[in-house]
Design a protein around this ligand. Sequence first.
Ligand SMILES: C[S@@+](CC[C@H](N)C(=O)[O-])C[C@H]1O[C@@H](n2cnc3c(N)ncnc32)[C@H](O)[C@@H]1O
Length: 265
Amino acid sequence: MDNKKMIAYNKSAWNLLAKDHYEVFKRRLEKDPVLLSDVIVKELGDIKGKKLIHLQCNVGQDTLSLANLGAEVTGVDLAPENIKYAKLLAEDFKIKADYVEADIMELDKLDLGKFDIVFTSEGAIGWLPDLNVWARAIRKLLKDDGFFYVNEIHPFFLMLDEEDYKNLRLTLKYPYFNREMDTGDWIGGYASDAKQAKCCDWMYSFSDIINPLIEAGLSIEYLHEHDTLCYRLGQMQEVAKSQYRFDEHKGKLPLGFSVKATIRK
Ligand SMILES: C[S@@+](CC[C@H](N)C(=O)[O-])C[C@H]1O[C@@H](n2cnc3c(N)ncnc32)[C@H](O)[C@@H]1O
């Protein structure tokens, strides 16, 4: 199966979740104008007045959170239904946000201008078949003094069997190196009931993620590892806003990571 076909499957699959996500995140944004985790807010620093592009923005829940922190935001997503609901969500809250429907794998063919911050987070990069293309698109979007920020699920955690993990059993299910594309027949889970739909995802090691950024001309400012996950599994406790962990694993297991990178001078 070629990448285009796999992306087409993913587009149809994500379209199916858009309305549910819109309804869930609208309710959440009514209670809290910034849904981002404390870690992300702290690491991003002051973004007031910054031109920010949010890659894989879903229905724009985090894009609007970034706007509420003062950034001038543009969101990009593959699924037309996500873009439709992202625009509606922005209208509902009367927040200015631009949205672009695009495949990240094709992004370097578009001219979206230059940004102070390129942002992506929490369950995004595993949907992309080629991180070299991703990194080159990021480089192209950055202003000379801009930065790229990613906050993601840790590659170590992605080796584990999630079902066992819910019951505090650590079982290695997937290899760390040479991971292959995985196909599934269901999509959903984090803010929607699962729907039957063919979808494809990819798992990456740290070097798979970092080296394309370096090869695209970026310089890594930091790599932080976190013992918290961006979504709740089983009876995990919410130990900080939108950050989950089992008490038993405090300080022991890497569940998340973040990277800040700038253009290499
Ligand atoms: C788990 S969500 C993004 C995470 C986001 N932080 C959130 O909480 O919703 C993954 C998003 O990636 C988008 N996506 C998947 N493949 C893509 C691609 N090739 N180009 C652009 N967006 C893509 C999906 O439509 C979906 O909205």
